[in-house]
Design a protein around this ligand. Structure first.
Ligand SMILES: NC(=O)c1ccc[n+]([C@@H]2O[C@H](COP(=O)([O-])OP(=O)(O)OC[C@H]3O[C@@H](n4cnc5c(N)ncnc54)[C@H](OP(=O)(O)O)[C@@H]3O)[C@@H](O)[C@H]2O)c1
Length: 513
């Protein structure tokens, strides 16, 4: 007779031994991120038996709603956004552990009520619960939430123990160096650094984690991973969408803050860092900070300027004509907000001296794609016919982060036939083909890691400050310049001419991902 399969979460078990009994509290419970990512992530962790057996979820928001209504909202979010069809049994067990507390983010009494609710859960379950606070509100309320977590004593629960309180804080982490430092000060007034999990969801993506495996688990790459063999690196985070309904946020942010300072800088740090002594959080983050520190200050104007910025103009996307940025709803007709930014970075250390790292990101680009492309130096072509020398491709190793996560390597191959003629060919590995397409979402991995106390895929305070140290002068310069020097590009193109010029100065050109 077939053995009965006991679902871990349904039977009060956990496949994951590391996560202590936990209550996750989401601030901003009625928000877009909560519905699209956080609740579905928690559901899928339950489905996979990865939550601790004694797990509770509390939504916190300003509107007064009963537990039952929040459970219905959560069920609807799971139905709409979960990567898999929800199982009624798993949801029923999670639903009975899903509660709601209402109150203002600046209202200490509301945090006391939250504390009382957590204490009640603890009493019922007869054991201590770790609290994981997920701050998923706009940044304007980050500080009052942190202050009230301190004032109510919630931040200090089980301090110094494995089940001490933890806080996940959403992006944007500051809008420049000074505000990031101020936010770090707010955090460290109430939490020790080991309790803080600054999220960049890019770090939860499979291919980003695979980058470390490719680099450090394969002996063929690491010996080549330096200035002797690598010509340059291109990091692209391209969006096809425009500003859509988010002009209110985007007008204040722009591309450098929204994408470059966080996502592309993180991708650069993982690509360029030295091998850590181990894969624990501090060792990995020490190496990331070291390489960020080796990046040279950017030259902001003149002939050897290292930065480019632009706004999208009208154009065609997916065969349809689209508006330019200045014509978008709620965008000022004189806006100087950049929808595209590109940087040319020099890393002044032993491994990378002389190897440019090019970063670009933008909206209304030709297609949605994020990738890291490592371009190796060309082989001498002298063995082959004159006509072939010019077309011998440089070997390129590209990590495609989204969509169609995978890895490709461009090699030169002989075209079959009696003549020796070459052609670049691509070796492709696709996650979906090899492992199936139902891989966990970034937020599943990150929420689980925070629950078990693993900060490897989160950003440390000094890391975010170092990244702002590089980007803040650029932002200040652009703010002073206004629209002077702001380039434009047709929607549906790969960016402006000024971004091409950054590479052309070194004889390089952007690849089409
Ligand atoms: N949405 C995404 O895809 C995404 C992606 C990456 C990062 N993030 C970051 O995640 C956080 C949440 O994003 P979101 O899109 O969910 O934001 P949101 O929908 O604008 O806001 C989340 C919740 O915060 C509360 N809130 C909103 N404005 C407030 C205000 N002025 N004062 C006090 N409370 C306010 C509301 O909750 P209550 O009414 O229930 O109190 C709201 O539902 C943000 O920091 C965002 O930058 C979002």
């Amino acid at each position: 007779m077939a053995e009965e399969v006991r679902h871990p979460f349904l039977h009060g078990l956990s496949k994951h031994r590391g996560a202590p009994p936990t209550v996750v509290v989401i601030f901003g419970a009625s928000g877009d991120l909560t519905a699209r990512k956080l609740i579905p992530a928690i559901y899928n962790l339950a489905h996979d038996g990865l939550l601790p057996a004694d797990f509770h979820l509390i939504g916190f928001g300003r509107k007064a709603i009963p537990d039952a209504e929040f459970q219905q909202i959560a069920a609807a979010a799971i139905k709409e956004f979960s990567r898999r069809e929800p199982s009624p049994e798993v949801w029923a067990r999670l639903a009975e552990r899903t509660l709601y507390v209402s109150g203002g983010y600046d209202e200490k009494a509301a945090f006391d009520r939250l504390g009382a609710r957590i204490a009640g859960l603890e009493k019922d379950s007869g054991q201590p619960l770790q609290s994981l606070f997920y701050v998923s509100t706009p940044p304007s309320v980050f500080a009052p939430i942190l202050q009230n977590l301190g004032a109510s004593g919630l931040a200090a629960r089980y301090a110094g123990q494995l089940n001490q309180s933890k806080v996940i804080i959403e992006k944007p982490f500051g809008k420049d160096l000074a505000s990031a430092q101020a936010l770090n000060r707010e955090l460290t007034k109430v939490f020790a650094e080991a309790q803080v999990y600054r999220i960049d969801h890019y770090l939860g993506k499979e291919t980003v984690q695979d980058l470390l495996v490719q680099r450090f688990a394969n002996s063929i790459f690491e010996p080549l991973w330096n200035r002797n063999f690598i010509d340059h690196v291109q990091i692209t985070v391209a969006e096809q969408v425009g500003v859509e309904a988010r002009a209110g946020y985007y007008e204040q942010s722009g591309c450098l803050r929204d994408m470059i300072q966080n996502h592309t800088m993180q991708l650069l740090a993982l690509t360029a860092m030295e091998p850590p002594v181990s894969m624990d959080a501090e060792s990995v983050r020490d190496e990331k900070v070291k390489v960020l520190k080796a990046i040279q200050p950017l030259r902001l104007d003149g002939a050897d300027c290292d930065v480019a910025r632009a706004q999208y103009a009208e154009g065609v996307i997916g065969g349809k004509p689209v508006k330019g940025y200045l014509q978008e709803l709620d965008v000022s007709p004189t806006s100087a907000t950049e929808t595209f930014a590109a940087l040319r970075l020099s890393i002044n250390n032993w491994r990378w001296q002389g190897v440019p790292f090019y970063l670009r990101s933008g909206k209304h680009l030709a297609r949605r794609v994020s990738e890291i492309a490592v371009r190796f130096k060309r082989a001498p072509g002298s063995l082959f016919a004159d006509s072939d020398r010019s077309i011998l491709a440089a070997n390129t190793l590209a990590f495609q982060i989204q969509p169609d996560e995978g890895l490709s390597l461009v090699l030169n191959a002989k075209i079959p036939g009696l003549e020796t003629r070459t052609q670049p060919v691509k070796m492709n590995f696709k996650y979906a083909t090899t492992f199936g397409s139902n891989t966990p979402e970034a937020y599943e991995r990150l929420v689980l890691d925070a629950m078990i106390g693993d900060g490897t895929l989160f950003i440390r305070g000094d890391e975010t400050e170092r990244s702002w140290q590089l980007c803040s002068p650029v932002l200040a310069h652009w703010a002073a310049q206004g629209r002077t020097g702001l380039d434009s590009y047709a929607s549906g193109a790969w960016g402006p001419k000024s971004a091409e010029a950054l590479l052309a100065a070194n004889g390089h050109s952007w690849r089409e991902p």
